[in-house]
Design a protein around this ligand. Structure first.
Ligand code: PLP
Length: 379
């Protein structure tokens, strides 16, 4: 089965009680048992809820995995992965990680004795240098935020295999439609379903997908023991979102390309970050591991002035000023004063997040209208 068919059908069947074609929202905390120990597979909704279970099966299918687990946020899903580790264990990750993941690693898990190394992951040697007998996990995010660096998942998978450690990939920006890390050597895939999977900016959720039976056991044990689950209503919304993921992603990619190409030619624009551009430093790796290049585009203006960026962000109308991404509507953000404001200026600028850097989450409105809006905002 191809992607669209899998997304719409896999893991989903009409409700056995009523025939309802849409998965019902099982808004219940508990389940009546016929006699002690004699139940229909559900006992308590932290452990399992039918709406959530169907979502978990569906997301596992579109990521070419076997087991899915859904959480109350993307960060709660990351939290579950790190809870698989023990004090003394070490993790190697990228130096331009999603800010919330960085905060979770540094301010929560470091005090429990887990050590984190943040390296430029484009450089395989930088990763190898940090590997030692305590390393248990490589945590990858690709494309990265907001400068769209691409990390070679196959290369990381080989490194993980040789050293007998886990590889986890945050696949939020690419989505399962564009990239399937489990096929490239990863053991765990994580998503902030808040973004493209939900796709309509109306839910906060995270998911994990794995293939291995033992990792799955640990994942479900932590999901149930830590309790960071999502509710049935949110599960329903993400299930509905996934049904159109392939259609939405095609439009996000098409519009992302049109806007990246418009920006490259604009006299006021300096750098354009979109992995589909042949000039992008990781374009070849992007081509080898992604089906297309997504709808996230960042750029800087000539002279790199803060006032210019603030002016553009203020003048754009269709592109709404907001954090987050992956919804049908286009958003515009200014990382150095918004999402990345907490990072010290020197480190921020070294990662490419300079004063004029603007990040776009290109939506699925009509391409002509989006370009016209940017044109007037840049005038
Ligand atoms: C948003 C995001 C997260 C965190 O997800 P939440 O749903 O906000 O908790 C993690 N990684 C990436 C790449 C994200 O964009």
């Amino acid at each position: 089965m191809k992607f669209g068919t899998t997304a719409i059908h896999n893991g989903i069947s009409p409700d056995t009680a009523t025939g309802a074609i849409m998965t019902p929202i099982y808004q219940t905390s508990t389940y009546v048992q016929e006699s002690v120990g004699n139940h229909k597979g559900f006992q308590y909704s932290r452990t399992g809820n039918p709406t959530r279970s169907i979502l978990e099966a569906n997301i596992a299918a579109i990521e070419n995995g076997k087991y899915g687990a859904a959480f109350g946020s993307g960060i709660a899903a990351v939290d579950c992965v790190i809870k698989m580790l023990h004090p003394g264990d070490e993790v190697i990750s990228t130096n331009d990680l999603y800010g919330g993941t960085f905060r979770l690693f540094k301010t929560i898990f470091e005090k429990y004795g887990i050590k984190f190394h943040f390296v430029p992951m484009g450089d395989l040697i930088a990763v190898e240098e940090k590997l030692n007998k305590n390393t248990k996990l490589i945590w990858v995010e690709t494309p990265t935020n907001p400068t769209m660096k691409i990390i070679d998942i196959v290369a990381m998978g080989k490194l993980a295999k040789v050293n007998n450690i886990l590889l986890a990939v945050d696949n939020t920006f690419a989505t399962p439609y564009l990239q399937n890390p489990l096929d490239l050597g990863a053991h765990i895939v994580m998503h902030s379903a808040t973004k493209y999977l939900g796709g309509h900016s109306d839910v906060v959720m995270g998911v994990l997908v794995v293939k291995d039976d033992n990792i799955a056991k640990e994942m479900y044990r932590i999901q149930n023991s830590s309790g960071a689950i999502c509710g049935p209503m949110d599960s329903f919304l993400v299930l509905r979102g996934i049904k159109t993921l392939h259609l939405r992603m095609r439009e996000h990619c098409k519009n992302g390309k049109a806007i990246a190409e418009f920006l490259v030619k604009h006299p006021k624009i300096d750098k354009v970050y979109w992995p589909g551009l042949p000039s992008h430093p990781n374009h070849e790796i992007a081509k080898s591991q992604m089906k297309d290049f997504g709808g996230m585009v960042s750029f800087t203006t000539v002279g790199d002035k803060l006032e210019d960026a603030l002016g553009i962000v203020k003048k754009s109308k269709l592109f709404a000023l907001a954090e987050s991404l992956g919804g049908v509507e286009s958003l515009i953000g200014h990382p150095s004063t918004m999402t990345h404001a907490a990072i010290p200026k020197k480190e921020r600028e070294a990662a490419g997040v300079t004063e004029s850097l603007i990040r776009l989450s290109v939506g699925i409105e009509d391409e002509e209208d989006l370009i016209a809006d940017l044109k007037q905002a840049l005038s």
